[in-house]
Design a protein. Structure first.
Length: 507
């Protein structure tokens, strides 16, 4: 249909015949990222057992991908606007598949952290390009709302497919196999995308400013690192220095964008209350939910004793709810209002997280399943509508940069959520009262305690595991409660920030 280098630019009135087939390729890209994010949670106990990371290293394995991707999303979204979104999407997908192999065969915690960081570099090219291409493929607002809903549903479906397929692989192969499932998806994406995706770019983008790229990367990584370390170990000279470096770099980035004739990111986008309100809602929502997502698989496997495949199936209701809500969210927002759909969805997630503060080692699945279904429905409504608001707030030539801001909020929220809420869980867990003879490593993570129990006498082992699991669940209670408070506060803020905001309607 078109070559990878063709600079096609559609008019606003043109309805591209192959747009729905092209959307299927973008869906594959979203699946690639979503599956990778979810299988890591399932594989964490196995990685912990095999690579023997410290508690801090385990958190780095979980969040370094988000740190790097958050630092590069704006730069990569802007680069896609300049060199072509199709080109950067297909190149990034190829790199994502190749680096997945490095993740699969990591032999030390340091190597695993480095591999996750490189995966973040590749991943930063994918998500902004997919949303930007949707903005250029679908010019009819109602079709675009449906396409964004499909895009969001694909991300949710990936969260369902990842644990199920990953759980099956973990029961039959070694943990590295969960990363190799990226390869066939990447191959299909590239081969089909070359023929079906149109190229699009900003016709007058200006230069790609490397100084802005460096300031964005340094600022985001330094600031998130400071928050993570302060949450885990308190404020030290190192964390204070990192925070100052991050704040100074981001200030320099913003100042530079305001003085450049063709900035990497047009800061005027944030003057729109709808745009800035949607971005803030995304950031805080993911922050409130991410700690739960990261530790839920450990709860299902290491506390309740479920097999990996069973744990994957147990998480399915959240994805089902998000897929269903995402497909009807645009219609609901037009029938009612943007703020009612977003605020209502976030409030539902907050209530469900509050319900999870009642979990215990023996909690029956119906309670957890219903809570996860509500989380999925609420998040599906909110994320789909905010993505549509962000895309419709900007000209299509700036779609890559705007999409990157949206994804930066998502990834930054994930990194901060894992850092802050994860630190709550680990802070409570490390202080559990253990019987005599418990190795120090058991206090680093629940996976390490489970492994250490195998070498202990039966009675001591049982006592230690009971205490460790109780402490982990208590930490999960506090993290869920904190997440609920964040979500309910965000729901109230969204009600005011998104006042009078409307989705576009077809002419």
């Amino acid at each position: 249909m078109t070559s990878a280098l063709r600079p096609a630019v559609a008019t606003e009135t043109e309805q591209r015949p192959g747009r729905w087939l092209a959307l299927s390729v973008l869906v594959l890209a979203v699946l690639l990222v979503a599956v990778d994010a979810t299988v890591l949670g399932l594989a964490t106990p196995y990685i912990s057992e095999d690579l023997d990371p410290s508690g801090t290293q385990l958190l780095w394995i979980g969040d370094v991908y988000s740190f790097v991707i958050a630092g590069l999303l704006v730069s990569m979204g802007s680069l896609g606007d300049r060199i072509g979104r199709k080109r950067i999407l297909l190149g990034g997908a190829t790199a994502f598949g190749a680096v997945s192999v490095l993740n699969a065969y990591a032999t030390t915690p340091g190597m695993m952290i480095a591999a996750r960081a490189l995966l973040g570099v590749a991943g930063a090219t994918l998500m902004p390009a997919t949303l930007a291409l949707i903005r250029n493929l679908f010019h009819d607002p109602r079709e675009r709302s449906l396409a964004v809903g499909v895009w969001g549903a694909a991300a949710s479906a990936g969260t369902a497919v990842g644990p199920i397929v990953g759980g099956f692989l973990l029961e039959h192969f070694w943990w590295g196999s969960v990363f190799l499932i990226n390869l066939p998806v990447m191959v299909v994406l590239v081969l089909v995308g070359i023929r079906t995706l149109p190229e699009s770019r900003d016709p007058d983008p200006g230069p790609w400013d490397l100084a802005s790229v460096a300031l964005s990367l340094v600022g985001m990584i330094a600031l998130v690192y400071a928050v993570k370390e302060a949450a885990a170990h308190g404020v030290t000279a190192v964390t204070a220095a990192a925070a100052l470096l991050g704040a100074a770099a981001l200030f320099g980035f913003v100042r530079r964008q305001l003085t450049m004739p063709r900035p990497l990111l047009d800061m005027r986008l944030f003057r729109g209350r709808g745009f800035s309100g949607a971005v803030l809602a995304d950031l805080l929502t993911v922050l409130g939910m991410s700690g739960l997502v990261f530790f839920l698989s450990q709860y299902l496997q290491l506390v309740q004793g479920r097999r990996p495949f069973e744990a994957g199936l147990a998480e399915l209701p959240a994805a089902v709810g998000a897929v269903a809500a995402g497909l009807v969210a645009g219609r609901a927002a037009r029938r009612h209002s943007v703020r009612s759909v977003v605020s209502g969805g976030l409030a539902a997630v907050g209530v469900a997280l509050a319900a999870l503060t009642t979990l215990s080692q023996s909690t029956g699945y119906p309670v957890l399943g219903v809570a996860l279904l509500v989380v999925g429905v609420g998040a599906g409504f909110s994320f789909t509508v905010t993505a549509d608001v962000i895309l419709s707030s900007v000209p299509k030539d700036q779609a890559g940069a705007a999409s990157a801001v949206s994804e930066t909020a998502y990834e930054l929220g994930a990194a901060l959520g894992i850092a802050l809420l994860g630190s709550i869980v680990m802070g409570v867990y490390r202080g559990f009262a253990s019987p005599a003879g418990t190795p120090a490593a058991a206090h680093e993570s629940l996976g390490a305690a489970t492994e250490a129990a195998k070498a202990m006498p039966a009675e001591q082992s049982a006592q230690m595991l009971t205490a460790a699991r109780d402490a982990f669940v208590h930490g999960l209670h506090l993290a869920s409660g904190a997440g609920a408070a964040v979500l309910l506060t965000t729901a109230a803020a969204a009600w005011f920030l998104l006042k009078n905001q409307r989705l576009e309607s077809a002419p």
